[in-house]
Design a protein around this ligand. Structure first.
Ligand SMILES: Nc1ncnc2c1ncn2[C@@H]1O[C@H](COP(=O)(O)OP(=O)(O)OP(=O)(O)O)[C@@H](O)[C@H]1O
Ligand SMILES: [Mg+2]
Length: 389
């Protein structure tokens, strides 16, 4: 079995702690487990009290840990293209530092780190990924589609053109023309991203778990994250509600905390339904070292053989059905609101825009060229009907 679980959530909610404890539990159940962190501000080493490196390092029986060196992943994957961009931007009179900044796209750090999953996931039964805070993770989501667009619309044309016109172009144009190795690099990344997307969007292999705390801002950010993860075809199968103050805390100082937490616990249960929620109380102290991670694992999964790798909910975020004389495409977009939702279609592409995020869905061949009869958005579900004949 190969299983990948990604943990993400707002900064400081407990992603690293939950990742480490879950990995520990998986290894105890006999799975050959890797826990890896893609967040450049690593804290897995702190959680384990064990120095991890850029290659898998044994932590315990059955359990390896890895903290990806984000900068070296960028250099490895993007170095050649980045050098080209820098020359390009400098040739336009941009300052070196600005050129350097512009050659890095948002989401790239997380994306290139996750490319490591392609090889690593073959070697383990379970890979637990401690992701960057939600913002970083979400930015990565649109990057594969941006890349695909460039490849299909721009670089395939440019490449053919390049061969013919480079000798002349370099003399005539003020903009340097990319060499073959730039195209090769982009093609390699493109193929990698394609493979990664297949792995990440296969709900039998990969599920995402959102770590939250019973607080207003944390829940708000997580609701948005949930929508976008779905929009990009990732499968969220559990919410971890962490840092719940136990009711035995009777100190008057905490009474307001207790009542506000119970309000937000209720809100979380209601708003994420039907997603299962796993609760974890705030321990007496910070979580650090194997002993306290075991305590967290007990809090999350009990003392029995409950298996964290089980996929807890299997609905697909997108479905296509055939009606009598129409096709019905359904996309789950919980928490999106009707006013921020827009739809555009062109050729085989359907663009769903929610606020600042845009998803381009390449329609299945059956739907290409069919007219959209209606679209409606109700109870977190976008339903688009296409003519059937
Ligand atoms: N249930 C808990 N009880 C007590 N302390 C906790 C609990 N969960 C997390 N912590 C503590 O909260 C702090 C933040 O946790 P952690 O590093 O796991 O969060 P994170 O989401 O990975 O943060 P970052 O966004 O910085 O990566 C740590 O000091 C950790 O020990
Ligand atoms: Mg962390």
């Amino acid at each position: 079995m190969r299983r990948i679980i990604l943990y993400t959530g707002k900064g400081g909610v407990g992603k690293s702690t939950v990742s480490a404890a879950t990995a520990l539990k998986c290894s105890e159940l006999g799975y050959h487990t890797l826990v890896m962190s893609t967040d450049s501000a690593h804290s897995l080493s702190d959680a384990f009290e064990f120095e991890l490196a850029d290659e898998p390092t044994p932590v315990l029986d059955n359990l390896d840990g890895l903290e990806v060196n984000v900068q070296s992943e960028i250099k490895k994957n993007w170095g050649v293209v980045q050098t080209y961009f820098k020359t390009l931007f400098s040739s336009q009179g941009l300052d070196n530092v600005v050129a350097e900044e512009l050659s890095i796209f948002p989401g790239m750090e997380e994306l290139f780190s996750l490319l490591r999953l392609i090889r690593l996931s073959e070697k383990y039964d379970v890979v637990i990924v401690d992701c960057a805070p939600t913002a970083g993770t979400l930015q990565l989501l649109s990057f594969p589609e941006v890349m695909r667009w460039y490849m299909e619309h721009l670089f395939s044309v440019e490449r053919k053109l390049a061969k013919a016109i480079r000798p002349v172009a370099n003399r005539l144009l003020s903009v340097p023309f990319p060499e073959d190795n730039v195209f090769d690099s982009i093609e390699k990344i493109y193929n990698g991203i394609d493979r990664l997307s297949q792995i990440l969007t296969d709900p039998r292999t990969t599920t995402v778990r959102l770590v939250v705390n019973p607080e207003k801002m944390v829940l708000k950010e997580s609701h948005r994250a949930y929508t976008y993860l779905m929009l990009y075809g990732l499968h969220v199968d559990e919410i971890i509600l962490n840092k719940i103050i136990p009711h035995e805390v009777q100190d008057a100082y905490f009474s307001e905390w207790l009542s506000s937490q119970s309000k937000y616990i209720e809100l979380a249960e209601m708003s994420f339904s039907p997603l299962p929620i796993r609760k974890l109380k705030l321990l007496r102290r910070e979580v650090s070292g194997i002993g306290s991670l075991k305590e967290v694992a007990r809090g999350l999964y009990g003392t029995g053989d409950e298996d964290p790798t089980h996929v807890r909910i299997t609905h697909s975020p997108m479905s296509l059905k055939r009606g009598d004389d129409k096709f019905i495409l359904e996309i789950m977009l919980p928490f999106a609101s009707k006013d921020e939702l827009e739809l555009f279609s062109k050729g085989d592409e359907l663009a769903v825009v929610v606020g600042n995020y845009k998803r381009i869905i390449t329609l299945p061949t059956t739907l290409v060229g069919r007219r959209i009869i209606s679209s409606k958005f109700r109870e977190g579900k976008l339903t688009i009907e296409f003519e059937g004949r």
